[in-house]
Design a protein around this ligand. Structure first.
Ligand SMILES: *Cc1c(COP(=O)(O)O)cnc(C)c1O
Length: 344
């Protein structure tokens, strides 16, 4: 019988990190007020304001899909569209949640190298808008880090934000891997969010080391008006909210979130460089966060699958994604490399 090995399949196959687990356990010791009136929720919101150095509005939802869809519903009217990358998670992996929760918004897709939207294509798309005949663009959404494990630099975000401002569009960031982007850029979180012109950030906890739960951060409180109702209507207001908040407190205290992301990014760099040096397998995209995309021939990919390794095919028939997390170890990387070399 072969042992299934899920280590590199995604960053959501990882366990809950010890710090998040410890807070969860502590939150389980007694009774506490429901629907976010508890101490853990208040402390997480306070800590988020500290980390982002601004007085923002913070909400908890259960999934990244809910965070994206509900925040875009808050930003866009039903006749307004969202510009995003053709390979964005919203387009490829969210079952039309954005279109559903906005009640009619369209995703307007643009291309761009390395998973980042091409500004020229966004401008061309905006120029083609035909008054009330076409859908009216309401927001631009980018993923930071991107679906391809790359990271928008500060100046790239500023340029997109400028374009958004010029056209009176909101700028939304899908930060399912925001921590990995901060670890990669080594900058204060404000520098690539509100200071640069980002209106809303979905800050992912699940892939960083929590059990479940993403934060929705509105940098302009006016935008968040009545969001409580929208979240409740969508079934995204946890009654035992403290159990969403407690793991987050574990992540945000002592910057565990950043250390987890730094660890995952380091593991991805090590995996990529060992694949390149020892097996002459090059990365398809720059390894800037915790993902490594490689091209493998059919024989190698199926050989690895036969040895139990689980990982996914992406974009092209021969391109595969290997994902690292807070819990990836050097032994796991060595064991993967050994199997690659044994098959090659
Ligand atoms: C994982 C992920 C999400 C959230 O997915 P859920 O499964 O709904 O939690 C959103 N955006 C990106 C880029 C992701 O990788």
């Amino acid at each position: 019988m072969i042992l299934e090995r899920h280590e590199f399949a995604s960053d959501n196959v990882a366990p809950i990190c010890p710090e998040a687990w410890a807070e969860l356990q502590e939150a389980n010791e007694n009774y506490a007020p429901s629907y976010g009136e508890d101490n853990w929720t208040a402390r997480v919101c306070g800590r988020v304001r500290e980390i982002f150095e601004t007085d923002c509005d913070v909400y908890f939802v259960f999934t990244g899909t809910a965070a994206n869809a509900l925040s875009l519903a808050q930003l866009c009217k039903s006749f307004q569209s969202v510009i995003c990358h053709q390979h964005s998670h919203m387009q490829t992996d969210e079952c039309g949640a954005c279109e559903f929760f906005t009640g009619g918004s369209k995703l307007l897709l643009v291309g761009g190298a390395d998973g980042k939207i091409d500004i020229g294509q966004v401008e061309a798309l905006l120029a083609r808008e035909n008054e009330f005949h076409s859908h009216k663009t309401g927001a631009i959404s980018i993923a930071q880090a991107t679906e391809f494990g790359t990271v928008y630099r500060r100046d790239e975000i500023a340029a997109i934000a400028n374009l958004a401002r010029t056209h009176q569009l909101f700028l939304h960031v899908d930060g399912a891997r925001f921590a990995n982007a901060i670890a990669s850029l080594d900058c204060p979180p404000k520098a690539i969010t509100w200071e640069a012109g980002v209106d809303v950030l979905c800050f992912g906890g699940t892939k960083n080391g929590a059990a479940v739960g993403e934060l929705l951060i509105f940098f302009d409180k006016k935008i968040a008006r009545e969001f409580d109702y929208r979240a409740k209507q969508a079934g995204q207001r946890g009654s035992k909210m403290r159990f969403l908040a407690a793991p987050w407190l574990g992540l945000l205290t002592g910057d565990v979130w950043l250390r987890n992301a730094q660890h995952a990014n380091r593991a991805a760099r090590l995996l990529a460089s060992r694949l390149q040096k020892e097996a002459a397998i090059e990365s398809v995209f720059p390894v800037e966060a915790n993902a490594v995309f490689v091209s493998m021939d059919e024989r190698l990919a199926s050989g690895l699958h036969e040895r139990g390794w689980r990982f996914y095919n992406f974009i092209e028939p021969d391109v595969y994604r290997l994902m690292c997390s807070w819990s990836t170890t050097e032994e796991e990387i060595s064991s993967f490399i050994a199997d690659v070399l044994a098959i090659k």
